[in-house]
Write a protein that binds this ligand. Structure first.
Ligand code: ADP
Length: 303
């Protein structure tokens, strides 16, 4: 079946936050693509000019570590977003028990994630929904961030759908406290959680509710004090938690290098104003100390 006279529809790849995703062939280029069908019916205002303008901006975001938005068009009342097709994602890598991730492999995955973030943050585009299954892996081993900017255009994903709850594990504390104004630090926090997950091979902070998520964060990193994070007490959903002193991060990551732990602690700084930026993170000595990051083509991938 042809879509928009250009794409030959193949199998469904999965159901995502905004709708179904299917594989297709771009008859114009022969390229295999993934088309994300976004239900506009679920949108209160439908597709407006602001959204169309923002989508146009996303098409301009081209970087080796960002998944390319090739095309966008309305078709039968749904918006279709056409992306380059990706073989795998980081969640599949982390979960595959046959894969051994060396410190050099982890460094490479984190470096590619941060490079994608730096590129978008420089253009003032936030991701807002970073999680391992949004970090797609191309046939050549490059990791590419998917769904960039969509959260802002289409609103935050509806968390009532059960498969969406996992995104909570990557939410920054300012978001959990209801901050309405936030910045690129939310993506750095999420990248920190993904870094920890690569080290542990399981999600680092698995809260079952937003309140519990904060509890899990505070148990792992200590309850933030107003001195450490002055703006915290003014956030809309701020409530005082029982004080837990920070345990040494080393106790949670026994086999991790000092450089890695130093960077991790800076990505998971409570105050978004003192949290390391993606750009500063790439300049951290972790990336220049041995071992060097694995070249993308040599990274392990699921069978
Ligand atoms: P979510 O919103 O839960 O992150 P997505 O809408 O991004 O999910 O994707 C839904 C499904 O489609 C997932 O199984 C994902 O692996 C697959 N998918 C999404 N984008 C691509 C792509 N560019 N290439 C291949 N598969 C993709």
């Amino acid at each position: 079946k042809r879509v928009a006279d250009r794409y030959l529809k193949r199998e469904v790849l999965g159901e995502g936050t905004y709708g179904v995703v299917f594989k297709a062939v771009d008859t114009k280029t022969g390229q295999i693509v993934a088309i994300k069908k976004i239900r506009l019916g679920a949108q209160k205002e439908g597709i407006n000019f602001t959204a169309l303008r923002e989508i146009k901006l996303l098409k301009e975001l081209k970087d080796p570590n960002i998944i390319e938005l090739i095309d966008a068009f309305p078709h039968k009342g749904n918006l279709h977003l056409v992306f380059e097709f990706m073989e795998s994602d980081l969640e599949a890598v982390i979960r595959d028990r046959n894969i051994v991730l060396s410190p050099a492999d982890i460094k490479s995955f984190l470096q590619m994630t941060l490079r994608g973030l730096v590129f978008c943050h420089r253009k003032w585009v936030l991701h807002r929904d970073m999680k391992p299954n949004n970090l797609l892996i191309a046939a050549d081993g490059q990791l590419k961030l998917a769904d960039f900017g969509l959260a802002r255009i289409f609103g935050s994903p509806d968390r009532r759908f059960t498969h969406q709850v996992f995104a909570r594990w990557y939410r920054a504390p300012e978001l959990l406290f209801g901050a309405k104004q936030y910045g690129p630090g939310v993506d750095v926090w999420a990248a920190g959680c993904i870094f920890a997950e690569l080290l542990l091979r399981r999600p680092f902070l698995q809260g079952v509710s937003d309140i519990d998520q904060l509890g899990k964060i505070f148990a792992a990193l200590g309850t933030p004090t107003p001195a450490q994070w002055p703006d915290m007490v003014h956030l809309p959903d701020y409530v005082e938690y029982q004080f837990v002193p920070p345990p040494p991060l080393r106790s949670l990551f026994p086999n991790t290098s000092d450089d890695a732990l130093d960077l991790l602690s800076k990505m998971l700084a409570y105050d978004p104003k003192t949290r390391i930026s993606a750009h500063q993170a790439l300049d951290h000595r972790y990336f220049t100390s041995v071992p060097a990051p694995t070249k993308p083509a040599l990274l392990p991938r699921p069978a």
